[in-house]
Write a protein that binds this ligand. Sequence first.
Ligand SMILES: NC(=O)c1ccc[n+]([C@@H]2O[C@H](COP(=O)([O-])OP(=O)(O)OC[C@H]3O[C@@H](n4cnc5c(N)ncnc54)[C@H](OP(=O)(O)O)[C@@H]3O)[C@@H](O)[C@H]2O)c1
Length: 276
Amino acid sequence: MRSCKMPSGAMMPVLGLGTWRMGESPRRRAEELDALKHGLDLGYPMIDTAEMYGDGGAEEIVGEALAGRAVRPFIVSKVYPHNASRAGTIAACERSLKRMRIDRIDLYLLHWRGGARIEETFEAFRRLRTAGKIGDFGVSNFDLGDMEDAARLDQGLNASNQVLYCLSRRGPEYDLLPWMRERSIPLMAYSPLDQGGLLRTAALKKFADEIGCTPAQLAIAWLLAQPGVVTIPKSSSRDRVKENLGALEVTLSPQILAGLDRAFPPPRGKQPLEML
Ligand SMILES: NC(=O)c1ccc[n+]([C@@H]2O[C@H](COP(=O)([O-])OP(=O)(O)OC[C@H]3O[C@@H](n4cnc5c(N)ncnc54)[C@H](OP(=O)(O)O)[C@@H]3O)[C@@H](O)[C@H]2O)c1
């Protein structure tokens, strides 16, 4: 699978499995675990999770899905802002590693800005990096001004910014994405299906029918066609996990891209970063 180079030189796959809402209900646990295991068997090379998801429950399911595998996917997790002090970040990372039963998180993100001062969080990230407990570190839900603040403090190591970006929410294209591209910082697009809402739009369905793919595959393929963008659709269904991986096979012609631009226009001015 294609990957994106992070400022450290390490590579991040362009497509992974999201896990928000997993680990919240014992009733749905078996289905969620099955979907993750199936995704890994199919070759998804990345999983995105967070200490927040299911109060650690999602990381536990990730740990179970990883158990006994010879090849480990690229793991992304996130620290809560209220845990992101110098000592708190290190303790939160240790807990995440324990829940996932691994010794290294490949990319560790600050979930959103707030709580501790970013310089404290970054200092903890650098310590974790030196100790080999994380590979790279980055942020999430940072708008352009936040990224500029971070750039003054991150010593050029900020590896990614995970933000809400999909066909129906194209705000980051105006200024954030170009700024990140100039610095070769991959943008990790969350909620690529707009949590399912995008799939109900007639325009997306029309173009998907024209190409011969599903609306979800088209929404994901459109993100993957944007340079410097990676994405992490979530599904607890093994069939939809497989369907979403099929996005890698979808090629978008200039005509389809132009049609999508008409149906889902790019931003004409600055829009404050949306957050879910
Ligand atoms: N950093 C942040 O603040 C932040 C915020 C939000 C999300 N995220 C990350 O990004 C990941 C993805 O975002 P998301 O979970 O919000 O939304 P999403 O991936 O856009 O959409 C997930 C929803 O779409 C459904 N779905 C998935 N594939 C489908 C398909 N092929 N056909 C029809 N429905 C489909 C899922 O239902 P089923 O599960 O029933 O298939 C689920 O309800 C999250 O899981 C999380 O890892 C990060």
